[in-house]
Design a binder for this molecule. Structure first.
Ligand code: 9UX
Length: 72
């Protein structure tokens, strides 16, 4: 099945930051769709529903140079 996860992403200050985060998240295997919102400093990610997806998404955000704060 699929699962939609919301991540809080700190450190984005411009549109290029948004594109970097989107690209990083889309490159995570199992990610199907990504929507990053600068105003709310968050990302909504549609995934394959793997139970470790949450950790993988946070790791990708951090590796791209931004700060994953929470997921729900
Ligand atoms: Mo925008 Mo983000 O110039 O790290 S790319 S501030």
């Amino acid at each position: 099945g699929t699962a939609t996860l919301d991540l809080s992403v700190g450190g984005m200050t411009c549109a290029s930051c948004v594109m970097r985060v989107e690209r990083a998240l889309k490159n995570v295997p199992g990610v199907q769709d990504v929507s990053v919102n600068l105003a709310t400093e968050s990302a909504r990610v549609v995934t394959s529903g793997d139970d470790d997806m949450d950790v993988r998404l946070r790791r990708a955000v951090r590796a791209a140079g931004y700060e994953p704060r929470a997921a729900s």
